[in-house]
Write a protein that binds this ligand. Structure first.
Ligand SMILES: [Zn+2]
Length: 375
């Protein structure tokens, strides 16, 4: 067992208490006041751990937080989001609880455990008097779960100055890091027809639902499991009442792609959709939001490096990938070496049984501390 594992294992109570506090401050992306509260709390903790702290105010979304230990180019950039997908009040139904080695609570695994790990590590390094070898910047953002619309420029500006990005998203139960992630996009396809009385003037109408039905089939057929591409028409609405030929119908579509080539192919195909019924019109809106993070030297080299460092600590790190995107997709797309999935081990992100393995708090804290010292 490495010294750092031992060190953080002894500080487990502190880390777990901190995590409980973070989980009990509910912070859905869509509730600015709630997210801002957690941001202020984390800012205070980071300042106490010796960071220079800057809160970047936002109008619509929660504020973002930059915490820096050391100045200058070529440092580490750690990414961690403080927003969750859970509305305020979820905690009343599913309060914090510990069962054996597992801790439960809304947002615990995605991504509050990572905030607890980061703060525990930096408090630990400070207590042990370890000056960071390279400057460390932690960007805590507040809009990751809605696609990082307001934090993206900040993420990219910080990543451009960084030696490597450590994206503190959760790890699967076995602790595997993520060396690839699919790119994601959302589209809205609206069919416009012509309303008419379904009895008196049926032939004068252009049925928008009928038009959209053709497009739904076209969209669904773009799925190619072999290439890792999925298209999911996930929501549909349209029409008014049964005796009216519907004038308007709309679908919302989720797109996932594994490669840049597929990204280009699918965006072109969606934008090229044309109406089938004479006189009908189509409006296509949306785009691929997070580009795919392909398994490439940009993700594999940092992984191998981390694997070697972890092996010296007696930790066997494995690599994996996922269909979900994260802010690592942005930084890898810029050509910045990116290591993702350094958060706690657990499961059930975005589900009612979200949990973490409590011992992984110490394990991942020791891993992060060692990476920061030995990189
Ligand atoms: Zn997350």
């Amino acid at each position: 067992m490495s010294d750092w594992l031992d060190f953080f294992a002894r500080r487990m109570d502190v880390a777990l208490n901190l995590l409980r506090e973070l989980v009990e401050m509910e912070s859905p992306s869509t509730d600015k006041a709630a997210v801002d509260r957690v941001v202020r709390y984390v800012a205070e903790r980071a300042r106490a751990a010796g960071a220079e702290v800057a809160v970047i105010p936002q109008e619509r979304w929660g504020d973002h937080l930059l915490a820096r230990w050391g100045q200058g180019e070529g440092g580490f950039l750690l990414l961690c989001h403080l927003d969750t997908v859970w509305p305020v009040g979820t905690l009343t139904e599913r309060p914090w609880r510990v069962e054996g080695e597992r801790a439960f609570g809304p947002g615990i695994y995605d991504d509050k455990a990572s905030a607890a790990i980061i703060l525990t590590v930096l408090e630990g390094l400070q207590a042990m008097g370890f000056p960071p070898r390279y400057p460390i910047t932690v960007l805590f953002n507040s809009d990751e779960e809605v696609g990082s619309p307001s934090s993206r420029p900040l993420i990219e500006a910080e990543a451009a100055r960084a030696r490597v990005v450590f994206c503190m998203e959760p790890a699967r139960p076995d602790g595997a890091l993520k060396v690839w992630r699919k790119g994601t996009g959302q589209y809205t396809v609206t069919a416009l027809g012509r309303a008419a009385h379904a009895g008196a003037d049926h032939e004068k109408g252009i049925n928008a639902i009928e038009e959209l039905a053709y497009q739904v089939l076209r969209l669904q057929r773009m799925t190619d499991y072999g290439a890792g591409t999925t298209i999911n028409v996930g929501r549909i609405e349209g029409g008014t009442r049964t005796n009216v030929v519907p004038e308007r119908a709309q679908v919302r579509v989720d797109v996932r792609v594994k490669t840049i080539a597929e990204w280009e192919r699918i965006s072109a195909a969606i934008e090229a959709l044309t109406p089938v019924l004479p006189g009908a019109r189509l409006v296509v809106e949306g785009r691929i939001n997070r580009p795919p993070m392909e398994a490439s030297p940009l993700t594999l080299e940092p992984f191998r490096r981390a694997q070697k460092i972890a092996a010296r600590m007696g930790l066997a790190l494995t690599a994996d990938g996922t269909g979900g995107a994260s802010d690592a997709n942005f930084t890898a797309a810029m050509g910045v070496p990116t290591l993702d999935g350094l958060g706690a081990r657990g499961d059930g992100a975005h589900s009612g049984d979200e949990y973490i393995f409590i011992p992984s708090l110490a394990e991942r804290a020791a891993l992060l501390a060692t990476l920061l010292i030995e990189w």
